[in-house]
Ligand binder design. Structure first.
Ligand code: HPA
Ligand code: ZN
Length: 338
């Protein structure tokens, strides 16, 4: 019989919660810093990896923004994105919805278009190379004010055909979704879908706000929803997907042990749960390692994994037709190996 690890490796899946800046591996950091004449604080790849001991989301973000600050040229964004898409395809990811943080780059004088062009060229080349598909979601940094987000949205209008949705990330506590109500209203009126990080470190109330005020199609993380029973029931009834990132939650100490992760209870509550890697270069695993971590911690069955993989396509922003084609691939895999 096929091992759980091999079963997870082979199953067709989508990834829906992935920050492109969070795929920046130390080896590529050195290569790109070298050609951009940037001196890194650390002397080796090993030294960089050793520094990845996080105590909270903020503790991580400080290091993550430092790394992202190396990215300067269109080629940098291209190389970063192509490396991720190749890695994802090697894990049988057939579709990925990629976050990027334009403000992290425009604040340093990098053009919005440089970020867009580099990512887009990589998405096009990767599709041609391996058939993987990708969509782009730009996130507003919630530690900055709403007017900065509005400026970013205005820059995004010229790239409407390349951006499927807008999202909200960075420091959560103290920066509730309500702070971004007007910019999300505007984004929806311009035709963008909306998502938001909510209930990662923040309370269930932030998930409620993301739903009611930002009218999001998905909640990113959302693991604190179980604290509010009415909210959980509504999320389940409306089949609002939650993009859960288990290794991220563990590494940022949102949970103490993988065995205490709420994902099992979330699935039992009838929620549309998906499994994702968030910032894989920083958290010690890409999407398959995240599936394996929860499968091991909860003794999940192949049926459970099949459901999570199917959810990943159902919860995506693919067309109805593409979703049907992808979920049929999962069904086929289950019939053969499940
Ligand atoms: N939460 C908030 N902001 C982020 C994250 C995250 O997990 N990863 C990158 N930016
Ligand atoms: Zn995230």
């Amino acid at each position: 019989m096929m091992s759980m690890e091999d079963f997870i490796r082979g199953i067709p899946k989508a990834e829906l919660h992935l920050h492109i800046e969070g795929t920046f591996e130390p080896e590529l950091m050195f290569a790109i810093a070298g050609r951009n004449n940037i001196r890194l604080r650390h002397k080796s790849v090993e030294e960089i990896r050793a520094a990845y001991e996080f105590t909270s989301l903020q503790d991580f973000l400080d290091i993550y923004y430092e790394g992202a600050g190396i990215l300067t040229t269109e080629q940098d964004f291209y190389d970063l994105t192509l490396a991720y898409l190749r890695k994802a395809r090697s894990q049988n990811v057939l579709h990925s919805e990629i976050f990027c943080d334009p403000q992290t780059h425009t604040a340093r004088g990098v053009d919005f278009s440089t970020v867009m062009e580099g990512i887009h060229r990589a998405v096009t080349d990767a599709a041609e190379e391996s058939g993987i598909s990708a969509k782009l979601i730009i996130c507003f940094l919630r530690h900055l004010d709403e007017s900065a987000a509005m400026e970013t949205l205005e820059q995004a209008l010229a790239f409407k055909d390349r951006i499927i949705a807008v999202g909200l990330d960075s420091t959560e506590v103290g920066h509730p979704p309500s702070k971004f109500r007007r910019v999300f209203d505007r984004a929806r009126s311009e035709g963008f879908l909306t998502v938001a990080h909510a209930g990662e470190e923040g309370p269930a109330e932030y998930i409620r706000q993301a739903l009611d005020l930002l009218k999001v199609s998905r909640i990113d993380h959302g693991i604190h929803c179980l604290d509010d029973r009415a909210l959980t029931e509504e999320l389940a009834r409306r089949r609002i997907p939650l993009t859960v990132c288990p290794l991220s939650n563990l590494r940022l100490r949102v949970i103490d042990t993988m065995e205490s992760h709420p994902v099992r209870e979330m699935m039992r509550s009838g929620l549309m749960v998906t499994i994702n890697s968030d910032d894989p270069a920083y958290f010690g695993g890409y999407v398959n390692e995240n599936y394996l971590a929860v499968a091991t911690a909860f003794g999940m069955t192949k049926e459970d994994i099949g459901r999570l993989a199917k959810n990943s396509f159902t919860a995506s922003f693919l067309s109805r037709q593409e979703k049907d084609r992808m979920t049929a691939k999962v069904d086929e895999y289950m019939k053969q190996y499940g």
